[in-house]
Ligand binder design. Structure first.
Ligand SMILES: Cc1cc2nc3c(=O)[nH]c(=O)nc-3n(C[C@H](O)[C@H](O)[C@H](O)COP(=O)(O)OP(=O)(O)OC[C@H]3O[C@@H](n4cnc5c(N)ncnc54)[C@H](O)[C@@H]3O)c2cc1C
Length: 380
């Protein structure tokens, strides 16, 4: 039986996240956008109410939420500000490889550290390879029962503020996909430096930086999963993370639509509210339809993973559709606001800037379509 009803618990969770976004995030979002400061204060408050580490299983001290519950929260936090919500949710991303491939001891250690307050980051991308994950150059050389890591990771969210980082590196480059491994690298290891902090178009409350690894030694216990399993772990992480990214794009688009509705009802031209011009009213009707459709795709992709069923294609449907939809919705919201939409004092220009990265990170919109083609033609 299909049901689109949320449980009482899910409704409460969503309401709690919405109230947090409305009371704690919205009032300070413009400040963090302008200054690009890291939102430490919000992180602290979110920790107090349990809005961080939501996907860490309860037995390791986390929220123990399912993917579906997580995306309900994610949509609300993103409605508040996607720069801040990205900062809040990167721990969830970094936790996934440990949850799916770590040993019980590793889970206790690293997930436990996050629950105790550590921030983590997740590092695949390099200056020479983003979409082409197998094209990374970072290496991990085995020396006795340790690994020595060398390489550069770029565009890493929360890199400047993290206590440790989940890093993907080649243990055997000749094996390509099967030669990559996954490691936890602590921030205070010698040779670990944050080499550059980026100034961004949008999501400016999130930290994005480059990490250099120069002869960084980690013990064997820091390897997550078997040697050679790194690429498969990275791909598995996407199945979990992409529904959440889609839900965040939905939250941002919903905010833009709400702003557009309020403005179009109040602003008058030629003696009537502008929503009465069909050209404007239809733009807003399209926003509402597309947001609803994207939410259903995100829900389906998250639901599948909670059922333990393959969701790769649905995660790509959701991620690409929601990101492209949100870009259109935020651009149209600026149009509805006319000249005021272009000004910093009105909220929609920030939403449009914040939105663009949804078509880029966690796999570009082009890469999502490549995945869909691959899945559709698998059996041919
Ligand atoms: C704000 C921000 C935060 C980020 N956070 C993280 C993070 O925390 N951790 C992390 O590891 N990475 C992170 N990234 C990196 C992000 O995942 C990559 O930027 C993204 O995967 C694209 O890689 P790229 O920038 O190297 O672009 P490229 O891969 O060089 O792509 C450039 C263009 O070519 C297109 N293209 C490439 N290959 C194909 C193909 N096969 N078919 C069709 N088109 C193709 C792309 O779609 C894109 O339009 C972040 C990026 C940003 C901007």
């Amino acid at each position: 039986m299909i049901s689109f009803e949320l449980t009482e618990e899910q409704r409460m969770l969503r309401e709690m996240a919405h109230d947090f976004a409305a009371n704690e995030i919205v009032p300070v979002a413009a400040h963090y956008d302008e200054t690009a400061e890291f939102p430490w204060e919000i992180i602290k408050k979110a920790r107090e109410v349990g809005l961080i580490n939501t996907n860490i299983p309860a037995e390791y001290g986390g929220g123990g939420l399912h993917a579906f519950d997580e995306i309900l929260i994610g949509e609300e936090l993103a409605w508040g500000c996607t720069g801040i919500s990205t900062s809040l949710l990167i721990n969830n991303l970094a936790a996934i490889p440990i949850i799916v491939a770590g040993s019980d001891e590793q889970k206790r250690k690293w997930l436990g550290a996050m629950v105790d307050g550590a921030l983590a980051s997740y590092a695949v991308t390099e200056p020479g390879a983003g979409s082409d994950v197998a094209g990374i150059q970072t290496t991990a050389r085995k020396v006795g029962n340790e690994y020595v890591l060398n390489g550069t990771k770029t565009f890493i969210s929360n890199a400047s503020v993290c206590d440790f980082c989940v890093v993907f590196a080649y243990t055997d480059k000749a094996q390509r996909y099967m030669g990559m491994s996954c490691f936890v690298v602590e921030r205070d290891r010698e040779g670990f430096t944050v080499s550059k902090k980026f100034d961004k178009m949008g999501q400016r409350a999130s930290d994005t930086a480059e990490i250099s690894l120069n002869e960084v030694v980690v013990p064997e216990e820091n390897r997550i999963g078997p040697e050679g399993a790194g690429f498969l772990i990275a791909m598995r992480v996407f199945d979990f993370s992409r529904p959440g990214v889609a839900a965040a794009a939905v939250g941002l688009a919903r905010r833009a639509m709400e702003e557009a509705v309020a403005y179009a009802a109040e602003r008058e031209a030629f003696g009537q509210p502008i929503y009465k011009f069909q050209a404007i009213g239809h733009k807003i009707a399209d926003m509402a339809m597309q947001i609803e459709a994207a939410r259903l795709l995100a829900w389906r992709a998250a639901w599948l993973i909670d059922q333990g069923r393959p969701n790769t294609m649905f995660a790509s449907f959701a991620k690409a559709f929601a990101a492209d939809m949100a870009m259109k919705v935020t651009t149209d919201a600026v149009q509805v606001f006319g000249g005021y939409g272009y000004m910093r004092e009105y909220p929609v220009e920030k939403l449009m800037r914040d939105c663009k990265v949804f078509q880029i990170y966690e796999g570009t919109s082009e890469i999502q379509r490549n995945i869909i083609v691959r899945e559709l033609f698998k059996k041919q």
